[in-house]
Design a protein around this ligand. Structure first.
Ligand code: PLP
Length: 399
């Protein structure tokens, strides 16, 4: 694949993506697209973003050669891209920083966001505080109960958290509610979506803001190992950390791109969150993409030990990369993700996010089948402090 420049100007990645929204939202999305395209080619905006990423977020994040873990496999060398070392502990701030700067540039004093586990809500509340923007975060009332530390974090940062009582009271309902707010308040409000999902231009814009990860990887691998990895591996919820890492590698020959979905109790059980592995295309939240749905097109419930991977859809660019064969997608069960979580703690002194542990488990599966002179690069998308309660509960421990 050469000179990959998707999406087209209507936001299509092959048959995926697009803008499936009501007329009332169409204008807001057109305006956003125009604003974004103008700023993307504005050197002053891009310089400001680069400065903030360096001095506030702490970029570039390092790449670390996990030697002890690699020796444990006796196969390929595993390198970790340390997005867990960013301010707020994950890759999500790469995107919220970009969108908040854009909101400020186009004169919108208020930002809104949806959140499931609360990570995107925290990353949005953080940049809103940094720039003095008013911030409202929509969160399903079930998630508000399950993720109380993140709810308190958002409040400390000055955000208003609105519990959503409709539907299943989780992420997809929060997203619907945020869309409703945006339609009503579009004159002064910027909607910061948290992954490469939703209608155009979000999948493109969120990918671009996260692509700093892949660009750094290309430079850092050259410096550290004198070459690029044999495969890049990243977990896929909505798909932003994976897309950010994969995008700059799409035109680099010889590098496999491996996306890892949440297999939950096992894909065969039906209790999972793996639309690319076991779903089919349909339309959800304004975009056409692979979805978990039943025969009648009803969206199915998701299951995963990791709240951040619990989404029944996926960014449309991943659907295209899957069909085109440029990327491969696999599923990792809860049990294997937990094993990789504990191994990284013991052997490297790094507590990974449960989301990232899915990518680590895929590396653990591939490394023993490879030669010691081969390289796997894993996107360690976040740190695991937020997951301590979940992991302890599974081990029957109260902390
Ligand atoms: C939110 C989150 C994810 C999943 O989101 P993507 O858009 O698929 O990247 C993965 N890892 C961490 C640490 C997260 O917080």
């Amino acid at each position: 694949m050469q000179m990959y420049d998707l999406p087209d100007e209507r936001g299509h990645f092959g048959p995926y993506g697009g803008v499936f929204v009501a007329e009332t939202l169409m204008h807001a999305l057109d305006e956003l697209n125009e604003h974004y395209l103008r700023h993307r080619s504005d050197p002053e905006f891009m310089a400001e973003l680069a400065w903030e990423l360096r001095h506030y977020v702490g970029r570039p994040s390092p790449i670390y050669h996990a030697r002890r873990w690699s020796e444990h496999f006796g196969g390929a060398q595993v390198y970790l891209k340390r997005e867990d070392l960013n301010h707020t502990g994950a890759h999500k701030i790469n995107n919220t920083m970009g969108q908040a700067l854009l909101a400020r540039r186009v004169g919108k004093p208020r930002v809104i966001a949806e959140t499931g586990a609360g990570q995107h809500g925290v990353a949005t509340a953080t940049v809103a505080a940094r720039y003095g923007l008013k911030c409202t975060v929509y969160m399903g009332s079930e998630d508000v109960k399950r993720q109380s530390p993140n709810v308190y974090r958002m409040k400390l940062l000055g955000a208003e958290v609105v519990p959503v009582e409709s539907g299943s009271k989780t992420l997809k309902d929060a997203l619907n509610e945020a869309m409703r707010d945006w339609v009503t308040n579009v004159a002064d409000t910027f909607y910061i979506i948290g992954s490469v999902a939703g209608p155009h231009p979000y999948p493109m814009m969120v990918r671009d803001f996260n692509a700093v990860v892949g660009r750094e990887c290309i430079e850092q691998m050259q410096e550290l190992a004198g070459r690029q990895p044999d495969a890049c591996i990243a977990c896929v919820g909505g798909g932003s950390n994976a897309m950010g890492m994969f995008h700059p590698y799409i035109d680099v020959p010889g590098v496999r791109l491996v996306g890892v979905e949440a297999g939950g109790d096992g894909v065969a059980t039906g209790r999972h969150a793996a639309p690319l592995s076991a779903g089919r295309p349909g339309v959800l939240h304004g975009t056409r993409t692979y979805l978990m749905q039943d025969e009648d097109g009803q969206i199915l419930d998701t299951h995963s030990v990791s709240a951040g991977l619990d989404y029944p859809g996926v960014g449309p660019e991943h659907s295209w990369l899957k069909d085109s064969g440029r990327a491969e997608y696999v599923a990792i069960d809860d049990a294997d993700a937990l094993r990789a979580f504990h191994d990284l703690c013991h052997l490297e002194g790094i507590i990974p996010a449960l989301e990232s542990a899915h990518a680590l488990a895929q590396a653990a599966r591939m490394a023993p089948t490879m030669r010691p002179d081969q390289i796997l690069l894993v996107n360690l998308s976040g740190r695991g402090d937020k997951d301590l309660n979940t992991v302890a509960r599974l081990a029957g421990i109260t902390i």
